[in-house]
Design a protein around this ligand. Structure first.
Ligand code: TYD
Ligand code: MG
Length: 456
């Protein structure tokens, strides 16, 4: 019989990188002082690749069904959208997010819908007692289907129960509380989280159970310690939003069965999470009328156009070095746009503080919001509001030119739907969008043309 050798390795608590010796800086993620020592038994390190069950037989591409019918709809439209149409049987889904953002609430609601559609659902909690879950369920309303709850943190027991119950869907809340006797380390440590996920992955594939895993996120924005979790699972969803505001955004970061960067928008209410079918309307609610430095932009999130309100505040700096701050938009992009405005239009922004905010706590990286940001900054600097009912989109280049962006037709259609009257857009996009009822299109070639519209 092989004797289990105990040896220790070092894991980076940020990214899960493994190293045989301690280092001050992790060579993978370059974080300092994050290597932690962990004892590893020899057998555990040799674990064979898991999860290759029935998928390991070669199949002709044409014989594969399109799979729409294979998916199980959760009944929560926004969640289904992010998942790419529903839950794929036997898949593993990681739901990450800050503590208290609403992960347990979302999954309990999903379980309610799934169980009422005849799915066998098992909700395993290592964080709350049965009573606490019951209390949450009370707030959420009635549970018509049969939903089974189980409070446990020992993975061996969970494994037995899963084999015995054979549910269609299982929820593990949260992976940081799970623990595996055979592995050293406390629950939540890198090796525990990694091994627990591997065990669950094997169970999920062999028993064809779809597993939702809840993972808490650290301050740095990664699922606590082990980013490796992201590589092991099929789908990674992040639940984010301002804890002080009531809306929540569910974002797909990785999806083996659908497109990523889809978002789902929810509102946290007294009785749980409600879907927000029209996020643009929601994000634009309460926008000021006739204020300078406010311009609406249109960004494509996944497949959906979403209207956002860009706000800028530009004022003379009272200290030597101007302050630039952004929430929701990329700060480098803002610095670049300010440099373009200064150089190409002669706006003296060099001695100005600038604050840019995307209302509603949305984060946007798409360059299509450039034009609106530039117009908001210039508008605030000149202290002139834009025309009422105006929306702008387009990418701004370093020469001050306005470049085309994808899907102009959809953006214009969304703007028209929400009652916008004027749309400022790149010339190529205007040509593609053609004529749209109820909205006037103003094609621009450069930022100068767009800013001229403010001065009128
Ligand atoms: P929870 O799902 O426990 O968060 P997580 O599992 O991500 O840690 O969400 C808890 C928060 O949601 C808590 O601050 C209370 C709030 N909440 C509501 O506002 N309405 C509700 O109906 C429920 C169940 C929770
Ligand atoms: Mg929770």
């Amino acid at each position: 019989m092989a004797v289990k050798k105990v040896k220790s390795v070092f894991f980076c608590s940020e990214c899960g990188n493994e190293s045989p010796k301690w280092m001050g800086q992790c060579p993978a993620c370059h974080a300092w002082n994050t290597m932690v020592e962990q004892e590893v038994t020899a057998s555990e390190k040799r674990s064979k690749p898991r999860g290759a069950s029935e998928r390991s037989v070669p199949v002709a591409l044409s014989e594969i069904s399109l799979g729409e019918e294979d998916r199980v709809r959760t009944g929560i439209g926004e969640l289904d959208r992010v998942l790419g149409g529903g839950v794929v049987p036997g898949s593993m889904i990681l739901v990450g997010g800050d503590p208290g953002i609403g992960k347990s609430t979302l999954l309990l609601q999903a379980c309610r819908e799934l169980s009422s559609r005849g799915q066998k659902v098992l909700y395993i909690s290592g964080e709350e007692s049965l009573k606490q879950i019951r209390m949450r369920a009370e707030r959420l309303g009635t549970f018509p289907g049969e939903l089974k709850l189980f409070c446990e943190t020992d993975l061996n027991v969970i494994g037995e129960i899963l084999k015995q119950e054979k549910p269609d869907i299982a929820v593990i809340d949260s992976i940081q509380t799970m623990y595996n006797e055979e592995v050293s380390g406390t629950p939540g440590s890198v090796s525990q989280v990694r091994e627990s996920t591997a065990v669950l992955l094997q169970l999920s594939k062999s028993l064809s159970i779809s597993v939702f895993i809840v993972g808490h996120v650290t301050k740095e924005g990664t699922v606590a310690g082990p980013r490796i979790l992201e590589h092991m699972v099929d789908t990674v969803l992040y639940f984010e939003g301002d804890r002080h505001a009531s809306y929540r955004i569910l974002r797909g970061v990785k999806n083996r069965f659908g497109s990523t960067n889809e978002i789902g928008v929810f509102e946290m209410r007294e009785d749980g999470l409600a879907e927000v079918a029209n996020p643009s309307e929601y994000l634009l609610a309460g926008s000021p009328k006739g204020a300078s430095g406010t311009v609406t932009a249109c960004s494509i999130e996944g497949t959906r156009p979403i209207l956002l309100e860009i706000q800028a505040l530009v004022c003379q700096t009272s200290f030597g070095i101007p302050r630039r701050q952004s929430s929701g938009a990329d700060l480098n992009r803002i610095n670049l746009l300010m440099a373009v405005l200064e150089k190409r239009l002669g706006l003296h922004l060099g001695q100005c503080d600038a604050y840019v905010n995307i209302a509603g706590g949305m984060r946007v990286v798409e360059p299509a919001v450039d034009l609106a940001i530039a117009m908001a900054i210039a508008g605030s600097f000149l202290n002139l509001p834009v025309e009422e009912g105006l929306l702008a989109f387009g990418e701004v280049g370093l020469s001050g030119e306005v470049r085309g962006v994808s899907l102009p037709e959809q953006r214009v259609a969304e703007a028209a739907k929400l009652g916008y009257k004027v749309c400022v857009l790149p010339r190529v996009c205007a040509e593609r969008a053609g004529r749209v009822k109820g909205i006037r299109l103003i094609a621009v070639d450069s930022v100068r043309d767009a800013i001229a519209l403010i001065k009128k």
